[in-house]
Each structure stands twice: as C-alpha cells, then as structure tokens.
Design a protein around this ligand. Structure first.
Ligand code: GDP
Ligand code: IMO
Ligand code: MG
Length: 423
C-alpha cells in the first residue's frame, strides 16, 4: 500500500501552500483537498499569470493529474462554478480530472448571512472571518442538520433545503438581520450553480483513495488555512472551524492513519495573519509595512491587508509537534532581501515568565524574545540552486533547521513555479 503525503501550512495561513502544491504535483498522481472551503485563497503562478483557487485543489493545472475535493471540505456551489468557469476559459476541462466527495457539506446562501450576523454581534471578540459561511456550515455539520453533495441528487433535495433555510431565517430574525433584499438573489444564483456541481463526477472519495493507494498511485493531501488557525490548537476562538493539522487529512479524506508518509510543512520566512487574534511577533512599524508592501501581503480571498511580523519559533515548534512534519518548505525569504538584520522569536515572556510553550489563554500578555541574525542584502529571487544562495541566508536556514530538527527541503524565492529550489 502506498503512503499518502500531506502538505499544510504551519502558521496562520497564506504561507504559500498553493504555489508549493503546484510545484510538487508532477511527483504525484492525485491531489486531494481535505478541509476548509472558500475561505482559502491559494495562489500559484506560471507563464507570468497568477491564479487563485479557493475550493479546487492546487494540482488542477496539471491536466494529467487527478484532483479530489474531500469529504472534509465545505463547498459553496456559486464559488465552485466561478472557479470552474475560470479554468474552462483557460482551456482546461476540469470535468475530466476533478472529482468531488459525495460527503462534502454544502455552504447555503444563509450560511453566509449567518456568518455576517454572528460577526456583527461579537464586538471585540470579532474573529475577522472571511464571511464565506464556513463557521455556520461546519456548525450545521456537527449539529447533524447540514446538506451534503450527495443530497443534490436526491428527489427531496429542495424540501431539505427549504427546511434548513427556514431554520436559518429564524436565527437571522432573532439577530435582527435583514435578509429580505440579499437572500432572493443569492438563492436564485445558488440554485443555478448546482447544475455545474451536478455535472461533476461525485465519488465516495474514501473508497476511491484507498483503491488508488492499493494500486500504487501517489497521493498528496492539500491543507488549507494554517496550523495556528486549527479549531483545536489555534488560539481559540480566533480560529477557523475545521482541523487544519495533519490529523485532519485522515478525517477529511477517510484515510487510515497508518498510511502517513511525508508531511511537508509550509513556513513563510516571516509571519502574517489576517483577521483578529493573538500575534506575538506582530510589527506595527516601518518593518511591518515593508513586509506587507514587498511581500504583497493582501488577502487572496478578501483583499484585506495582512498583519505582518517576525518569524515565531515558539509557534513553529508547536506546529511541528502537532503535525509531525518531516520536511519544511520555506517561502518568501526573498521579501527580506533588503533587511540589514532579521529577528527570530525564540521564546515568550508570558506575564513576566520565560517560556517556549504556547499559552492556552488568548488574553495572555506575550512579549517575544528575539535572536537577531544578519540579513543577506542580496536579491535571491533569481537563484536557481542552493549553492548560489548567499551565506547569510544559508545561516538563517541552518538556524531554523538546528532549532526545529527538521530539514528545509524546499526553498521558494518568488511566486513563480520556476522560483523554487529543491535540496
Ligand atoms: P496559500 O494560501 O498558503 O496558498 O498562500 P497565498 O496564495 O494566500 O499567499 C501567498 C502569496 O505569496 C501568494 O501571492 C503567492 O503568489 C506568493 N508567494 C508564494 N511563494 C512565494 C515566494 O517564495 N516569494 C514571494 N515573493 N512570493 C511568494
Ligand atoms: P489559506 O488557505 C489566512 C482566517 C480569517 C479569520 C479566521 C476565521 O488561504 O491559507 P473563517 O472564514 O474560517 O471563518 O475565518 O481564519 N482565515 C484565513 N487566514 N488564510 C486562510 O486560508 C484563511 N482562512 C481563514 O481571516 O481570522
Ligand atoms: Mg491564502
């Protein structure tokens, strides 16, 4: 039986997962998304064109590879249709190589409205959700009232849909949320878009993936969001509503945990975060501004400016621990090419006490403790081999490897497919 490799983010999302999945896809037969939904924005670039995917796995641009949307994903049929239309315009035929799990849950128009209603009442506790309906859809999944992809083929689908919409309207009424103008249009668009979803091969992805692995096919599981947004291990409640960690790949695809192969953790050379919640190394100064400007740190889904800060090894060690990462892919160090010095957080001072552990309480006062390394002051974006990289950047990589006991196997030095160095 072939093992399954997992690729996921080790920070707060937007580490460059989409780019790295696209780059490593030639090594695999199948790419399967295991959680999250259109809150994700996975960008990749080739031939000078940037593509952003939200629900569809990032292996889709390789025509001979199979892509699967797993049971752990939540699908908005409207966004799914938009993504498919964009791919078709590019000359791809996604109906040939994209399969959808019958067990994936559907984001209804009212899930999005509920997201907005809940957020508007949270005040200071506002999560900064992407408002794509993620939380309410997973809530209905765990409440055992949600609708799944297989339901759209059922004769009583419309009745089930109307029943759930009715329940959502009651909640929206309690929240005083006026849906009268938005809902009819959303509802019509949602129903129209089901035709696209229905035109795809919908599968029992757990059976299909096990068969593939038995046949010796290689599978890459693609995560969305990041470890520090995980429902269990992120800074709750400032998290997303799914398990973004490696364990999520097994529940989100229906796989046997013994089949775990490599786990590739994507790490941005600094940190970013969109939305609210603790961010110990956040920079509010010109350096933070430079990271945002040079790194083009604006959300791929919402366009919001991302909060920027130094690399946080306390958080990274935690992410490595809960995921069992075998390889790190380091991205975006090219963004820091002009920096004289680079800080890395190695410990926290929490309420005066030094620690290398992440506090569970989100109101803890965290003061980062930094080690300062020399910057490389060279444009590394054109480097094609590890040998070409400046020695200060190699020192930076060695420092991360030494501290984490994990090899940095891939170094990304630009958004394009070509700007990737394998060691
Ligand atoms: P994802 O959600 O993890 O797939 O990441 P996003 O696509 O949301 O954000 C990463 C951004 O950085 C995208 O705009 C990528 O095109 C870009 N990117 C990825 N790797 C690199 C890199 O090594 N250097 C630079 N400069 N940009 C990168
Ligand atoms: P990718 O896959 C960065 C953040 C939101 C918010 C919190 C909850 O592109 O890395 P939600 O919409 O899930 O209710 O939002 O999680 N968030 C992300 N941040 N990248 C993402 O995805 C994210 N998906 C959700 O900003 O703080
Ligand atoms: Mg993203």
């Amino acid at each position: 039986m072939k093992k399954i490799d997992i690729l996921l983010g080790l920070q707060w999302g937007d580490e460059g997962k989409g780019k790295i999945v696209d780059v490593v896809t030639p090594d695999y037969d199948v790419v399967a998304r295991f959680q999250g939904g259109p809150n994700a924005g996975h960008s990749l670039e080739f031939n000078g064109i940037r593509h952003v995917l939200h629900i569809i796995p990032s292996g889709i641009f390789h025509k001979d590879k199979i892509n699967i949307i797993g049971n752990g994903v939540v699908i908005d049929p409207i966004i799914f249709e938009e993504e498919i239309e964009a791919l078709v315009k590019m000359g791809l035929t996604p109906t040939d190589n994209l399969y959808v799990s019958k067990k994936a849950h559907l984001i209804l128009p009212t899930h999005k409205l509920l997201d907005a209603a809940y957020e508007s009442k949270k005040g200071k506790q506002k999560i900064g959700s992407t408002l794509k309906g993620i939380g309410p859809t997973y809530t209905d999944k765990t409440a055992r009232v949600g609708l799944r992809v297989c339901d759209v083929f059922s004769p009583d689908f419309e009745a089930k849909y109307q029943h759930l919409i009715g329940q959502h309207k009651e909640i929206l009424d309690q929240y005083g949320f006026d849906y009268s103008k938005m809902l009819p249009e959303l509802d019509e668009r949602w129903h129209q878009s089901l035709a696209t979803l229905r035109s795809f091969t919908c599968i029992d992805s757990e059976y299909v993936l096990h068969e593939y692995l038995r046949e010796g096919k290689s599978v890459l599981a693609e995560g969305a969001q990041g470890t520090l947004l995980d429902l269990e291990f992120g800074a709750y409640p400032f998290v997303t509503s799914s398990n973004t960690i490696a364990a999520g790949a097994f529940t989100g695809l229906g796989l046997d945990p013994h089949l775990a192969g490599k786990t590739i953790g994507i790490v941005k050379a600094y940190c970013t975060r969109v939305g609210s919640g603790p961010f110990p190394t956040e920079l509010f100064d010109a350096t933070g501004e430079e990271l945002r400007r040079v790194g083009n740190e604006f959300g791929a889904t919402t366009g919001r400016p991302r909060r920027c800060g130094w690399l946080d090894l306390v958080a990274l060690q935690y992410a490595l621990m809960v995921n069992g990462v075998t390889d790190i892919a380091l991205t975006k160090a090219d963004v820091m090419s002009d920096f004289d010095t680079i800080n890395i957080c190695t410990a926290y001072r929490v309420n005066g006490e030094l620690t290398t552990r992440m506090p569970a309480a989100t109101d803890a006062q965290i003061e980062p403790v930094y080690t300062t390394l020399k910057g490389w002051k060279t444009d590394i974006s054109g480097c094609k081999t590890y040998e070409e990289l400046p020695s200060e950047f190699k020192d930076y990589i060695h420092y991360i490897e030494e501290q984490t006991h994990t090899p940095v196997s891939i170094v990304s030095v630009g958004p394009d497919r070509e700007a990737t160095i394998f060691r």
